[in-house]
Design a protein around this ligand. Structure first.
Ligand code: ATP
Length: 214
């Protein structure tokens, strides 16, 4: 039987409802067997996360606990190298049958940054790409992605077929929330309740993460 697996990589500093609704809605829409939230260790494109990899992983674990079909994949944290998505896909492919389908979930902002990723032109050899719309994203796709979109995009995500190679857009419930915004709220002593699962909030409080800077 063909397995259908989604991957949502991110810093998850901290994980929030934008990530979780996106993952869940894609899983339901495409009837995925699993969506793996995959925290990155040393993200190549951005500054050092505010909290440790262990805490970011633990928060993602709290967030998905009991939420079928969301799971956590910690392979990037076990690797002693920068978190390159192409390596993650290659390592996942080794565990799957050739016909299994892999779907890489990317928010629009992450998708627009693709041309700066390590070996980005190979990504579609290993997976389909699903682009999640973000309400705060108003930029145009960069030129390098225009040809790719023209050649590889499929308007209806339900028609994506084969193990990989195509791109489609998903219109998830718009949630204008980002981890940056949450860190700012916490730094100024404001609440992030209802923007993260209660279990994540409890973890943040229990471990004294993101202290207010007053
Ligand atoms: P930061 O504000 O620290 O940059 P972030 O909220 O964008 O963080 P990341 O962990 O960097 O979160 O994001 C992981 C993935 O989830 C990226 O592909 C990103 O585009 C996507 N994403 C994050 N927030 C949302 C959201 N509100 N709606 C849709 N996609 C999102």
């Amino acid at each position: 039987m063909t397995r259908r697996i989604g991957i949502l990589g991110g810093t998850f500093d901290p994980v929030h409802i934008g990530h979780l609704r996106g993952a869940l809605e894609v899983a339901e829409l495409l009837d995925l067997d699993e969506v793996r939230l995959t925290p990155s260790a040393r993200p190549p494109h951005r500054g050092t996360p505010q909290v440790s990899a262990e805490d970011r992983l633990a928060m993602v674990q709290c967030a998905v606990q009991g939420v079928t079909p969301l799971t956590v994949d910690d392979r990037e944290l076990r690797r002693d190298k920068p978190s390159y998505t192409v390596d993650t896909l290659l390592s996942l492919r080794q565990e799957l049958a050739v016909h299994d389908q892999l779907f890489l979930l990317l928010g629009w902002d992450a998708f627009c940054g693709l041309p700066s990723w390590h070996r980005w032109e190979e990504l579609l050899d290993h997976c389909h790409i699903l682009v999640l719309q973000r309400p705060d994203a108003d930029s145009e796709a960069p030129d390098e992605l225009r040809n790719l979109l023209a050649g590889r995009s499929v308007s209806d995500p339900l028609t994506l077929n084969g193990p990989g190679g195509q791109i489609s857009f998903i219109w998830q419930t718009p949630l204008e929330v980002s981890a940056t915004q949450l860190r700012e709220r916490l730094a100024s002593g404001r609440s992030i309740r209802f923007l993260v699962p209660d279990a994540v909030l409890a973890y943040i409080h229990a471990h004294g993460l993101y202290p207010a800077s007053n």
